[in-house]
Ligand binder design. Structure first.
Ligand code: NOJ
Ligand code: NOJ
Length: 446
């Protein structure tokens, strides 16, 4: 076994050398980095799932117990983490990959565990019921002061579980989908339908009011639910989910500032910590778009979305000293006025921008336009930025120091790793779909 490993290693090294001399450019270099960073992220992520002192299917936001204490299962973070495994399941088929059966079972088990843990959370005595944002990994609700409810959580969870349901139905397992998965989805969608128009705390847990991210995820969940109800031949339920959407869209419309050509993330504050978000800009807007692909509200090439990203970049370039280097993309924070743990750039927001450009590229290719490779290169700038700031073992935390780029705040944040994995996923979908000529152009480099 060892010899075979060594042999594999040597041929691998020779192959790598050949490839490197063929195109010794940034592209190859980044690819080699991803070969290390992806398995590292997968490993660090999995060790945050079903921790020894928690129930199966619980997801630690981070193993950190102090400054900050992130030793909880957040509904939002967990759903976004499970997106990684759900995509894996969706793209797997029994003919590819080395051990499809083992891999399949493992990933499917994760999703079943996630489902049963969340079914338990739904029926707990949490202060805001289904709108409750965080729980102990034992399943007990957190009863202390917190920004609650957070209505994006149930929406993200429902959308994720609808994909799981779709997967089961495609594999002739309608019965399991209907009896085990659907009840959890239904509880979330009922809550979302009843609460989408009520003020909610935003995804950053600071601002209670109307939040674009929350509205976009609520809308997408109801539309996904309308489709799922039809799989179960329940037309009237489907119609009732759909009928909620125009009211949500009317509120969303108010967040589109046509004068400045910018999305205003938060509006109509009724409570919360932050009342001054003068710029209106927030990377949450980008997150909203990349996490609702199946039911888009703003198209990837919308000029307002692109301008919002550009304005955010401009602000973060001014605010963060590390952004003076321009050989890589700008590090992005949550929003310009942020002060939480120093209000530094975050890994997950910077990676969201990479993912945004990859998906914009994919959209461009689908529209038969010719900017796919340009957007691939742009996305890569942001991946290169993140690469500068991970530590020597490829760990990521929540934030990076705005002055020197070192890891800050919650170590091994699950959401950071999930963001790397979904960004890299989008990248490989884009590079697979680039027309042949365009991909040669990318390879040729600068
Ligand atoms: C904790 C939340 O997790 C974080 O997002 C927020 O910025 C702070 N509370 C505000 O104090
Ligand atoms: C603070 C972030 O603002 C919030 O979005 C996240 O859910 C928690 N940390 C846990 O990661």
């Amino acid at each position: 076994v060892r010899l075979r490993f060594l042999f594999g290693y040597i041929t691998g090294a020779i192959l790598t050398l050949c490839v490197q001399s063929a195109h010794a450019d940034a592209d190859t270099d980044l690819n080699n980095w991803m070969k290390l960073a992806v398995p590292a992220a997968e490993g660090y992520l999995i060790s945050n799932i079903s921790p020894h002192d928690g129930l199966l299917g619980s997801v630690l936001a981070s193993p950190s117990r102090t400054s900050p204490d992130y030793y909880y299962n957040w509904i939002r973070d967990a759903a976004l983490v499970m997106d990684v495994y759900m995509s894996d399941l969706e793209s797997s088929n029994t003919t590819s990959s080395d051990s499809p059966f083992v891999r399949h079972t493992f990933v499917e088990d994760l999703l079943w565990n996630y489902l049963s843990f969340n079914a338990k959370l739904q029926s707990s005595n949490a202060l805001t019921g289904i709108g409750e944002p965080k729980f102990y990994v034992t399943g007990a609700p957190y009863m202390g002061d917190w920004g609650r409810p957070q209505n994006d959580g149930p929406a993200l969870r429902a959308s994720l579980l609808i994909r799981f349901m779709h997967y089961l139905i495609q594999h002739n397992r309608l019965d399991e989908a209907q009896t085990k998965v659907w009840p959890v989805i239904l509880a979330d969608l009922t809550y979302v339908g009843q609460n989408a128009l009520n003020p909610s705390y935003d995804l950053w847990e600071e601002f209670k009011g109307d939040n674009f991210f929350t509205l976009v995820t609520d809308r997408a969940a109801l539309l996904a639910g309308a489709d799922a109800a039809l799989w179960l031949k329940n037309k009237s339920l489907s119609d009732s989910f759909k009928s909620q959407v125009p009211k949500i869209e009317a509120v969303m419309q108010g967040h589109l500032n046509t004068k400045t050509n910018q999305v205003v993330e938060n509006m109509h504050r009724v409570a919360g910590l932050i009342d001054k978000k003068d710029s209106g800009l927030d990377t949450a807007t980008v997150l909203a778009v990349i996490h609702t692909d199946a039911y888009p509200y703003l198209k990837y090439d919308s000029s307002m979305l692109q301008n919002t990203v550009d304005q955010l970049a401009k602000q973060f370039q001014q605010i963060y000293p590390i952004n003076t280097r321009s050989d890589v993309g700008s590090a992005f924070g949550r929003y310009p006025e942020d002060v939480y743990y120093g209000g530094n750039p975050w890994f997950l927001t910077t990676l969201a921008v990479a993912e945004y450009y990859y998906k914009l590229g994919l959209y461009d290719v689908q529209m038969n336009r010719s900017n796919g490779s340009k957007y691939l290169a742009l996305g890569d700038m942001f991946l290169q930025r993140v690469r500068k700031h991970v530590d020597a073992q490829l760990h990521m935390s929540e934030q990076m120091d705005r002055n020197n780029g070192f890891l800050l705040s919650a170590p091994d944040l699950s959401w950071s790793y999930a963001s790397l994995l979904t960004a890299v996923n989008a990248r490989s979908r884009l590079s697979r779909n680039l027309p042949a000529v365009a991909s040669v152009a990318t390879k040729a480099g600068p």
